[in-house]
Design a protein around this ligand. Structure first.
Ligand code: BT5
Length: 263
């Protein structure tokens, strides 16, 4: 039987400044991101965390489904209130990806890699997805909901083909409580670096953890009718956008899309 993600059990191990000061856990909910939106709208403080043991309407980007079976994964949403412009919001996904990669390494001892923009891979298979949503006016972000889904002890049979879980790759049971504490602690650390205006330092770490920079890739670009572009993954810029070097030599900046690594 899995140990439940009880708020007190997580909180008693934390020494964080902002993230995890308040934690709530649901036995079952539609989507933790939806709960977080409602709470944030009602004025909930920055750093509050919402966990669920199971989601019935877990979602990914563009309304895609996130499989969230009971008791085997981490389904977490965090309320953030950074003082940034809406066009800077994608940076949060990169900050979170670096923090989560560090936490996963601590929990299972294995190096994971980041696939732009929001996937974390273990042995080339998706083990975690990040969903960053925001509520903003034209020139100011009101709040950001950082949604994190991690397959912790999830069985392969419950997951899509290209997915895996930490437990399956490491061949041992991983403590979700311990992992939740690592995630919150690393996020607290990297979010505070971000708030001090040192995003450049985080991007450096992101590049080191990336599984695709320097590789030949295709990108199905959102917002351009999923038009497929092929080229070298050249870099990510200071806004978290991908810079693709096309075969013609031109550089193309891509804000969001689906990457396939070719070679
Ligand atoms: C993501 O979207 O990867 C973001 C997932 C975020 C989930 C968290 S859970 C807590 C919070 N509350 C929510 O409702 N959501 C967040 P995207 O890049 O669009 O990937 C979605 C695709 O990943 C799907 O179309 C499937 O192909 C695949 N997928 C679905 N469930 C998966 C799982 N459990 N593990 C790995 N891949 C999965």
């Amino acid at each position: 039987m899995e140990e439940k993600l009880l708020p007190d059990k997580i909180k008693q191990r934390l020494k964080t400044k902002t993230i995890g000061k308040k934690i709530v856990t649901y036995e079952e909910t539609g989507s933790t991101n939806d709960i977080a939106h409602i709470l944030a709208d009602a004025g909930e403080k920055e750093g509050s965390c919402i966990f669920a043991e199971k989601q019935t309407k877990g979602r990914g980007r563009l309304g895609r489904h996130w499989i969230s079976p009971r008791g085997t994964g981490i389904y977490l949403s965090i309320i953030l209130r950074p003082k940034i412009n809406p066009h800077e919001a994608p940076r949060i996904t990169l900050v979170a990806a670096v923090a989560i990669a560090k936490a996963l390494k601590k929990a299972c001892g294995k190096q994971v890699s980041i696939k732009w923009p929001n996937d974390i891979l273990l042995n080339g298979k998706k083990v975690c997805g990040i969903l960053t949503e925001m509520n903003a006016e034209m020139d100011a972000v009101k709040f950001i909901i950082l949604g994190i889904g991690i397959n912790v002890n999830t069985k392969h049979g419950d997951l899509p083909k290209h997915a895996t879980s930490l437990g399956a790759e490491c061949r041992k049971k991983i403590s979700r409580i311990e992992l939740a504490c690592y995630i919150i602690s690393e996020l607290d650390k990297y979010y505070s670096i971000f708030k001090k205006g040192r995003f450049e330092n985080i991007i450096e770490e992101w590049r080191e953890l990336s599984s695709m920079l320097g590789k030949h890739i295709t990108v199905a670009c959102h917002g351009e009718h999923n038009k497929k572009m092929e080229g070298y993954a050249y870099s990510v810029d200071e806004y978290g956008s991908l810079i693709l070097r096309l075969d013609s030599g031109f550089l193309k900046t891509i804000n969001s899309g689906e990457v396939t690594i070719l070679r």
